[in-house]
Design a protein around this ligand. Structure first.
Ligand code: ZN
Length: 352
């Protein structure tokens, strides 16, 4: 029989699930606070995967992805252990903010320390109780406030195992990034734990496509890791994802009211007019031109912009036409009300 899983002083037996609440520093009102962690400990040995969300307290799509994930009946066949932390930055979530009350960014505070800042202590708790007990990880994010991201995976794709999992996630767009930035991903990588970062949608909003793509992505990775059985669905027509060669930002050349001409996921050519900035006090209108050919993988949603602000994120690809086609089919297949109708919570998501 497999050994029990111990977390936060609590023991979770094989073939069982538990909600463990890891104690956090209290609020200044002396209200107590905990970090909720769902532990599903399978009967059979296997990988130990953590899935985390809301490290940035206002990024909510991942929290919803985890809610739906935990309801899937296929988890009854789990091999290994799934540790799901739907809200890591509980303090930020309370204030609908990306940051902690000390204004630090949790995802720049890893690996943290026991005696450091509030952010460092939370990061340290997460490292000790979760990352140290896992073999793999997926961290779920969205764009920042008023910024929308096309579903994409960011990971160190030079690492073979990370690349395999990134491909299993099943999004058309992969961005290679290997930053030294104090992120959870960096801290996990230093401990030899392959990690994916999923980015989709915007802060403080649920985005149905981002949620569906993310849910089937996590399930796809768990299947690739043999934590879940292979899909029997005949709809498994997974295609190779595309690795961006590089990416670049298009910034506002003047301040004013911004209108998008091109949308998220569209294919653009260098020089195309992709937005317009109207300067209401001068009556002038400025064109926003694409600085590179590629796919729009991120864009500003707020129509008010200052000169220098990032408006579009364009990723460059070898075969941009192919990528555009796959992005379009992902959006059509998973758009609310299309094809899937209302997906039952117990139903497995189809794999694109
Ligand atoms: Zn984030």
């Amino acid at each position: 029989m497999r050994e029990s899983f111990v977390i936060g002083g609590q023991t979770v037996a094989p073939r069982s699930r538990a909600l463990v609440e890891l104690p956090l520093p209290q609020l200044y009102t002396h209200s107590s606070l905990t970090l909720p962690v769902h532990v599903l400990h399978g009967a059979r040995e296997g990988s130990r995967l953590f899935v985390s969300a809301a490290l940035h307290g206002d990024e909510l799509n991942g929290t919803e992805i985890i809610r739906r994930l935990l309801k899937l009946s296929v988890l009854k066949q789990l091999r290994g252990t799934l540790i799901a932390a739907p809200i890591v930055n509980v303090y930020g979530l309370l204030h609908q903010s990306r940051y902690l009350p000390d204004r630090r960014d949790l995802n720049r505070s890893f690996p943290g320390s026991e005696k450091g800042s509030l952010a460092a202590r939370l990061a340290n708790l997460f490292m000790q109780e979760i990352v140290a007990k896992c073999s793999h990880g997926i961290d779920l994010h969205t764009g920042a406030i008023h910024r929308n991201n096309l579903p994409q995976i960011r990971a160190n794709l030079d690492d073979e195992e990370t690349r395999r999992l990134a491909e299993a996630f099943g999004v058309p767009v992969l961005l290679n990034s290997n930053l030294r930035d104090g992120s959870l991903r960096e801290a996990a990588a230093e401990r030899g734990i392959p990690m994916l970062l999923y980015e989709a949608g915007e802060a403080l909003r649920f985005n149905e496509i981002a949620i569906r793509v993310g849910l089937q992505g996590v399930v796809g990775v768990m299947r690739a890791m043999e934590m879940l059985p292979k899909s029997k669905s005949r709809r498994t027509t997974r295609q190779e994802p595309f690795l961006a060669r590089s990416s670049t930002w298009v910034r506002a050349s003047s301040s004013g009211l911004f209108r998008k001409v091109a949308s998220l996921g569209s294919r653009v050519k260098k020089g195309d007019v992709i937005g317009l900035i109207d300067a209401p006090f001068s009556g002038r209108e400025m064109e926003v031109g694409a600085v590179a050919s590629g796919i729009i993988v991120g864009c500003a949603e707020l129509p008010l912009v200052h000169e220098g602000e990032a408006l579009f994120h364009i990723a460059r690809f070898e075969d941009v036409k192919e990528v555009a086609q796959q992005v379009e089919s992902m959006q059509t297949l998973l758009s609310p009300g299309e094809t899937l109708g209302t997906m039952e919570e117990n139903e497995e998501p189809p794999i694109v």
